[in-house]
Design a protein around this ligand. Sequence first.
Ligand SMILES: [Mg+2]
Length: 275
Amino acid sequence: MIQKVIFTDIDGTILDNTGGYGETPKLIRSLIKSSVPVILCSAKTLAEQNRIRKQVGLTDPFIVENGGAIIIEKDYFNHSYILGNYPVKERDDDYIVELGKPATKIRELLNDIRKNFNINFRGVADISIQELSSITNLSAEHAKEMAHREYGETILQIEKRDLDRLTRIAREMDLSLIHGGRFFDVTMGNDKGKAVEILVNLFKKKYDHNVTFFGIGDSENDASMLGHMDIPVLVQGQDGSWSNVKINRIIRVPGIGPKGWALAYDDIFTKEPSK
Ligand SMILES: [Mg+2]
C-alpha cells in the first residue's frame, strides 16, 4: 500500500471566513486514525496552529508563518534524518528548522524604514493586545496568539500610497511582503516552498519513497506548497471562484473552504492513488 501524506492550508481551506471548521475536524480525526499524516502549512503562528492541532489531536509536523519554520516532534523522524542536515533549534520535545530571520531583526529594519523614509504604518508590535483584538475582531486570547510572531511582523494599517513605497524599499532590503487578505506580513528568508520540500524529502526517507503527497489550498499563496504535491487540490474562495493558481494537473473541487475540503476527502484523499 502506498502511504498518503496530506499538506493543507488553514485560512479559507479548513477554516471559513467566520472561523468555522465545518466537517474538517471530524475528517482530520479519521485521517489520524488511518495513520495519514496531516501537515498544517500556513501564515499562522505556532501558538495559533497549536490551538487547532490540540483541538483535532494532530501530532504531525507543521509549517508556521509562511515557511518561517518547520516544527517537528523529536521522535517523529529518525533523528539522523534531521540532525546535521538542517539548521535545527531544539525546544522542549521539538526540533525547529528555522528558515526565516527573527521578528526582532525585521522590526528593527521596519523601524529604520519608518524613520529614514518617513513612512507611517502600524504593525502588531506597535499596539496593545486590546487594540489588536478590536482591529481584528479576535478575542484577546486569539489576538495574543496572533501577536506572538517569531519570524515576521504583520502590518495592520498603512496609507495606500505609502504601501507602494514600503513595498519597493522593503524589497531592496531583502524583506518580503506577503498579502494575507486584510493585512500583510513582512518576512525575511521565510520560504514555504522550501519548508514543504524539506518535509516531503523527510517523508520520502521515512516511507522509502512509497508515498503520495496530497496538497490542498485556496489561494495563490498556496502555490509554492501545491507545486510540490503529487495531487494538488484547490477549494473555492469565499465568492465561489477558484484562485488563479498556475499548476499543472491541479484539481478544482466545487466547494468553498471546508466544504471543498470535505469533497476532497470523499473523492480524493480516501481513494487508492495510482502511481
Ligand atoms: Mg488560505
